[in-house]
Design a protein around this ligand. Structure first.
Ligand code: ATP
Length: 200
């Protein structure tokens, strides 16, 4: 069983994934794969030929993407964003697919861009984590030490919850405490069925 897990920035996807991992689910985290791809020399070379040499840096462990300079180039320029997506998304999908095929446990594909990238064909059930914008805003400001304007801009750059809800099979409301989140997760991810020996 492959669960797609998505939701807006700061909605609680990683928090939920960590809970599920502790029960034995295999987690495939699209953000983590992106970070790994940012150290891939082929990706770095493709990015430099598209965006110039400033978008990578050379470290003791090898070449890697300079997320700051790359982010600055694509953030306000939809054309540049499209070019970046055309380079990163196929590589990301290829790597995620490889890991999905290798998985031997119920698996969660944690991806903010699940719907934007059209990855529904990789998953059996798609779950959206919802959380009010004001809560997400204060959580990402605290987590990433961002000014409010930048945090709002990040939220605006994503698909809206209204659109996500239309594409979702199941919804999780991360509006309470962590115990509340876990209660919903147990029901929606059938934890007691998938892992009958796990603590109740
Ligand atoms: P991103 O899209 O940026 O990766 P995310 O959806 O993975 O975000 P998390 O990182 O899981 O979101 O959560 C955002 C912040 O909110 C984190 O600091 C997390 O600890 C906190 N958080 C998540 N859920 C709860 C909750 N129910 N109660 C309190 N804090 C929470």
């Amino acid at each position: 069983m492959i669960y797609g897990l998505t939701g807006g920035i700061g909605s609680g996807k990683s928090t939920l994934s960590q809970m599920l991992q502790s029960y034995g689910f295999q987690i495939i985290d699209a953000d983590k794969i992106t970070h790994e791809l940012h150290r891939d020399p082929y990706i770095c070379n493709t990015l430099t030929s598209t965006f110039g040499p400033d978008v990578v840096m050379h470290t003791l462990t090898g070449i890697c993407v300079n997320r700051k300079t790359l982010g600055a180039q694509v953030f306000a320029d939809p054309n540049a964003r499209e070019k970046l997506d055309a380079i990163m998304r196929p590589a990301l999908r290829h790597e995620a697919t490889k890991r999905l095929h290798a998985s031997t446990a119920p698996t969660v594909l944690d991806a903010a861009l699940l719907f934007e990238a059209g990855w529904q064909d990789l998953t059996d059930v798609n779950i959206v984590v919802l959380c009010p914008e004001a809560t997400r805003l204060s959580r990402i400001i605290a987590r990433d030490a961002l000014p409010e304007s930048r945090a709002r801009a990040r939220i605006r750059a994503q698909m809206s919850d209204t659109e996500r809800i239309q594409l979702a099979d199941r919804l999780i409301y991360n509006t309470g405490d962590l115990a509340n989140l876990l209660r919903q997760a147990k029901r929606i991810f059938d934890i007691d069925i998938a892992f009958p020996n796990c603590p109740k």
